[in-house]
Design a protein around this ligand. Sequence first.
Ligand code: PRX
Length: 654
Amino acid sequence: MSDKHHRQIYQPNREYAKDARIKNMCEYQDLTRWAEEDYEGFWDSYAKEKIDWIEPYHTVLDESNTPFVRWFEGGKLNVAEQCVDRHLDVRKNKAAIIFEGDRGDKQMVTYLELYYNVNKMANLLKNEFGVKKGDRVVIYMPMLLESAYAMLACARIGAIHSIVFGGFSAEALRDRIEDAEAKVVITADGAYRKNKPYMLKPVVDKALEGKTPVEKVCVVERNGEDITWVPGRDYSYNELIKQQSPVCAAEPMDAEDPLFLLYTSGSTGQPKGVQHNQAGYILWAQMTMEWVFDVKENDTYWCTADIGWITGHTYIVYGPLAMGATTIMFEGVPTYPDAGRPWKMVEEYKINQFYTAPTAIRVLHKMGENEPAKYDLSSLKVLGTVGEPIDPPAWKWYYEEIGNSKCAIVDTYWQTETGGHMISPLPGATPIKPGCATLPLPGIMGEVLNPETGEKVEAYEGGYMCVTRPWPSMIRGVWGDPERFQKSYFGDVVKDGKPVYFTGDGAIYDDDGYITITGRTDDVINVSGHRMGTAEVEAAILKHDDVAEVAVVGKPHELKGEGIFAYVVLKTALDDAIYSDNIDMMKAINGVIKKEIGNIAVCDQMLFVPGLPKTRSGKIMRRILRAIAKGELITQDTSTLEDPSIVTTIEAMV
Ligand code: PRX
């Protein structure tokens, strides 16, 4: 079956749909209508059903100080209790987390064991390090069970965690530690990648050099490599944990107390500390786990993300545990020892829901086309993708070879700021189209709006992806910068006189009202599903002494989705510099990027140009640079540029 524009439509698997939580489009529409007609009643009903409140709330939604909204005011809860304690009656011996190490080592913790481990870590933080409610704890960890314990331990005592992805450099870690004024860092000596140890603790040591708000560092000893211990500051988790009591009272938290910060890139300036609060976040994490992945009591679910990103937060730890599921945590890389590793794991653990990024699918396809056939993948019921648009060839391979043409693909569109899924198919209900996130989930007022008029756009017109009403798991603030919060998300689109949440993404409706995300409209690029601000990369490049000016743009990349392309103006001509050629220079600049941000931000291509196309007021015309990088014809008027000839000069150099 295909739509009016000949896009193939795949109907949900009828057999599967019989037992799905949402079984057909009528059920989807009923829920959507309910939310539209009685928004607060809809959320009230789910909040009462899904959360075990310590004290009930008195107000569902307070919009009096919009966009600083408050959900479930008056209510008290504890997120660690939601994720662990409340399952002990019925799921005490059920596997909560299954860990598989890079080298194939395995560990499983039941809900009861998770309870003890979280409590012990909570006691450690409280009693040994003096962590109190509201304190910030930075978690700079590889994928380990202890990473989940650390998150839940913070939640248990009311500390605010801020996880920094293990691939970030010491400088990037330092910035995040300082911005959050973290008191404690939880890290590991290192971990394993492709059967080799790699190190994290030395990065922490470097990040803490000089003045730092950090008083204590807790080190999980994973790979046993030699590290430096700073007396009075660094403590071994493995030693201290032995002395901790397995019982720790959970702190009753206000519904709107902060739960965690997660730094993410914006189009300008430094990364911002996206703040998520308690009740709304955990409610939507659980609801979307149930609706979108439709995980059942005996299922085993695997999300391949890293806990350093929002996907790891919501869909490895909080969402699965809130619903009492079995979640897999994987330390390694999907292509080691070969590109059949994930499929081997699917067979071995009989995984039912598998969630990954399009980049991983493209790499697994390219490096291991014949691998899936070697394994029994028949346990799979739902396949998910996240983080970037998925191209139809990758989608088709995933659908046919991994899902055997019987599993729904849920192309989940969301962001660090949204806390959970916003637009996604429901596996038992939504007819799907490759590369299309389809429809907003019930309760999410997602609309594609015309940025000028604030009106909903017609099919194929294209507009800005907005959310017109606050939802429970939405970002509550940018840490320490309320103005930036307001300006970043509520400045661009006004509907019926009210500023609405703008995601930063462009989108388009088709005739069926399905939404396809067309990518960022701002200066944010998406490299392998990782979000990068061009401004951040530019700021790093400018730290190289020989660089005078730089402009960074995204360029389509076969595997990564987008690659980073930098136009660099040097202070002195290359010949005069100490570098023998462009490649040397590029290496040197990428070295600076690695130091300032990390490997994830290194440039794929660098062009050394004599100047940049700028308007007379000095604004760099990135649109032109993006077009040149893509090899497109320049159609726009360049006569208003300060120096129009620079465009042809650069074009000739590519
Ligand atoms: O551009 C959109 C893209 O990823 C951005 C959010 O990045 P981040 O906050 O790092 O969160 C990634 C994981 C949720 C969005 O603004 N994006 C995310 N999911 C999709 C997507 N683009 C297209 N399709 C998706 N399914």
